[in-house]
Write a protein that binds this ligand. Structure first.
Ligand SMILES: NC(=O)c1ccc[n+]([C@@H]2O[C@H](COP(=O)([O-])OP(=O)(O)OC[C@H]3O[C@@H](n4cnc5c(N)ncnc54)[C@H](O)[C@@H]3O)[C@@H](O)[C@H]2O)c1
Length: 248
């Protein structure tokens, strides 16, 4: 739907590659001014120039409060307000349970869950001050439902995101801000292709109702809907997008 986000500004974290990049491209195609943010500064710059349509690259580490403060200062200067936040940035590890130590646990919770909080705190404060409502869409994972192996800290963080979006929906509904989670199944992103998760497609496809390999665009299309006015009556929800692998 061309231009359904015309006049809106959207921040997508972790948008240098993979699912985040596809979301940034889709929202820009819908007419939004997109902030392509990532810890990888060169990658976000390259993605923003390839996407075009006025997309802006602003590097930031979501787990570092001063980096996020600088990100929002720059958003204010270069784009004005913010209407849509897509919390996508995360570390996607493959670590067997016997190797999960406290350092790993803290790192994953710090980036994937606390980082999501840091960005959401800053974004929703600005949405409230502007008084125009807003959208918060956080990328969780269907590994939360499946209890997928080799990802214990990650699965815990992704479950935390689902709980966080439910609570945020309650807190911010009165301000016209919706908060929802999306749980992708296995997606052939840049990160997955370069990791042992790439070996899991065959098995995962046997569990899917619809066959094929999940692509970043499958997630971007759903995020586009949740970012739009068409989703205004949906909040505090978890939308599972995995070709029917998990049915609940
Ligand atoms: N690919 C899948 O199968 C799959 C399935 C379910 C959920 N997800 C979720 O989708 C999202 C994107 O996954 P992907 O597969 O595209 O991953 P990816 O590894 O290809 O991309 C992740 C991006 O996040 C960035 N990033 C990492 N740490 C960051 C930080 N501290 N601050 C800012 N940016 C940071 C990376 O630089 C990278 O560009 C993640 O939240 C992931 O958990 C992915």
């Amino acid at each position: 739907m061309a231009d359904r986000l015309a006049g809106k500004t959207a921040l997508v974290t972790g948008a240098a590659q993979g699912i985040g990049r596809a979301i940034a491209e889709r929202l820009a195609g819908d007419g939004a001014t997109v902030i392509v943010s990532d810890i990888n500064a060169a990658g976000s710059q390259a993605a923003a120039s390839e996407i075009g349509r006025g997309a802006l690259a602003i590097a930031a580490d979501i787990s570092d409060p001063s980096s996020v403060a600088a990100l929002f200062k720059e958003i204010e200067t270069r784009a004005g307000g913010l209407d849509i936040l897509v919390n996508n940035a995360a570390i996607v590890p493959f670590v067997p349970w016997d190797e999960v130590d406290l350092d790993h646990w803290r790192r994953i919770i710090d980036v994937n869950l606390t980082g999501t909080f840091i960005v959401t705190r800053a974004a929703t404060d600005r949405m409230r001050a502007a008084g125009k409502g807003g959208r918060v869409i956080s990328i969780s994972s269907n590994t939360f439902f499946a209890g997928t192996p080799n990802m214990a800290a990650y699965v815990a963080a992704k479950g935390g995101i689902i709980g966080f979006m439910r609570a945020l929906a309650t807190e911010l509904g009165q301000h016209g801000i919706t908060a929802n989670a999306v749980t992708p199944g296995l997606i052939e992103s840049d990160g997955v292709k370069a990791s042992p998760h790439n070996e899991s497609f065959g098995f995962v496809e046997t569990l899917q109702a619809v066959k094929g390999r999940g692509q970043p665009e499958h997630i971007a299309d759903v995020v586009s809907f949740l970012a739009s006015d068409d989703s205004r009556w949906i909040t505090g929800q978890t939308l599972n997008v995995d070709a029917g692998m998990i049915r609940h």
